[in-house]
Write a protein that binds this ligand. Structure first.
Ligand code: ARG
Length: 456
């Protein structure tokens, strides 16, 4: 394969060790698109003839069809996707195939291919994020009046609307979308023309290749262009955060599906039974997604570690960049789509949520704020309310169940109007602050997400 310089062949074990075809054959379409763009530019620059270009185009189109039909013979001895395709091209079209690599190295070639591939994956993540946000928005719209205990420290804290709880996740995924889009800008840069590391003496036009492939920019430094893998790291970092957000939502679903909570009933299509315990309905899908988050973090750690000791420029270590990325992609994309399906079909048990509001003194802050509004310094109001809570707890009732006489033991400033304040629905409704759980605020939030979805 290396022509004149070598007399002996590679040891069989080494051949298998260095071969990357099983992994990088997945970027065949990008390799072909990149080669076609390069050939078109070579012809425009007068480096190859129009006939050469026509032959190369024809051959590459045929190869793509062979690969897609499953008839392409991938050869381990040809090391990688690039050599396999180029070799087959020369088999099909002869001499013009041997001109394709003019002014190009596999170093800038693989960087281009992988950038194109990562960009297309990021587009898919962005679109699946939108799909999930759409589902969350729909569920939130239907549950503006459903109330449940909001928690801090996983202890009941204050009542919130289920819409607000769901929309918190929509906000996370919206940030993920912005992160993915931002990362895309740095992925969509063409390295072609950097050649092996130093650029080339052939009169190439990198701008043309960029334009043909619809990329946004061309490389600024040839040495950086062939050795930079920041774009892979950023993509897998985005995937890690997406998985972390999905995993948190999984955790809530798992807890809410526990009969002690009973806040949700899992859709049959997204849960499994037990082979021994007939009564069981397990949140396996959510658990597995939570578990798979770990492997994506592992992919990120692999890549960070891969890069940390590499001197300029291309080093063969870089061939190891594809597997972690592909693993992250193969994990994050179905996870997003499955979460969208699961959230679409999840049944929310409003009665259980309403019951849960009654324990845990979720309206204690309301009483403290009520007293503070009457002119009692908040710290004192906090103390008074604490005493009332302790008393009600002793009686085994809620604050709203105490009579006015009982409440007067703690403060003479409490009036009949306190019962309206202690009402859970009012506690939610009165939180008008933008971004708060009040219905008007939640509606404004939903309108903003809906408008955003229109343009994304
Ligand atoms: N298969 C290689 C990779 O993925 C392609 C580049 C090989 N370049 C080289 N100089 N050996 O990184």
């Amino acid at each position: 394969m290396w022509g004149g310089r070598f007399t002996g062949g590679t040891a069989p074990l080494v051949e298998r060790y260095t071969c990357s075809v099983d992994v990088d054959s997945r970027i065949y379409a990008q390799d072909i698109a990149g080669s076609k763009a390069h050939a078109a530019m070579l012809a425009r620059q007068g480096i190859i003839s129009a006939e050469d270009l026509a032959a190369i185009d024809r051959g590459l189109t045929l190869i793509q069809a062979e690969i897609e039909a499953g008839t392409f013979l991938w050869r381990e001895d040809l090391e990688d996707v690039h050599m396999n395709i180029e070799n087959r091209l020369t088999e099909i079209v002869g001499a013009p195939g041997q001109k394709l690599h003019t002014g190009r190295s596999r170093n800038d070639q693989v960087a281009l291919d992988f950038r194109l591939f990562v960009a297309s994956c990021l587009d898919q993540w962005a679109s699946s994020l939108c799909g999930l946000i759409q589902v969350l928005l729909g569920r939130a719209e239907a549950h503006q009046d459903t109330l449940l205990p909001g928690c801090t420290h996983f202890q009941p804290a204050q009542p919130v609307s289920l819409a607000q709880h769901i929309l918190a996740y929509a906000q996370m995924f919206r940030r993920d979308h912005a992160r993915v889009r931002d990362a895309c800008k740095r992925v969509r840069v063409s390295p072609l023309g950097a050649a092996a590391l130093a650029g080339t003496t052939h009169p190439l036009d990198p701008e043309q290749v960029k334009a043909t492939l619809g990329l946004d920019d061309v490389f600024a430094n040839s040495m950086d262009a062939v050795s930079d893998r920041d774009f892979v790291l950023e993509a897998v970092f985005c995937a890690s955060i997406i998985m972390m957000h999905l995993s948190r939502l999984c955790e809530e679903i798992i807890i809410w599906a526990n009969p002690r909570f009973g806040f949700v009933r899992l859709p049959d299509a997204y849960s499994t039974g037990s082979s021994i315990m007939p009564q069981k309905k397990n949140p396996d899908v959510a658990e597995l997604m939570r578990g798979k988050t770990g492997r994506v973090y592992g992919d990120l750690t692999s890549l960070l570690t891969l890069m940390k000791g590499l001197p300029l420029t291309y080093n063969r270590d870089l061939q190891e960049d594809k597997e972690p990325f592909l693993d992250a992609h193969d994990t994050v994309l179905p996870s997003l789509d499955i979460m969208a399906g699961m959230m679409e079909e999840l049944h929310f048990n409003q009665d259980r949520m309403r019951e849960a509001l009654k324990s845990g003194f979720l309206n204690a802050t309301e009483l403290a704020d009520y007293l503070a509004a009457k002119g009692i310094p908040f710290r004192q109001a906090h103390h008074i309310t604490g005493e009332a809570v302790a008393y009600a707890e002793g009686r085994g009732v809620g604050l709203e169940d105490l009579s006015l006489e009982e409440l007067h033991r703690f403060s003479p400033d409490i009036g009949e109007d306190v019962y309206g304040v202690l009402d859970y629905a009012n506690a939610v409704a009165r939180r008008h602050i933008p971004g708060g759980t009040g219905p008007d605020s939640v509606q404004a939030q939903m309108a903003s997400i809906a408008a955003w979805l229109q343009t994304n």
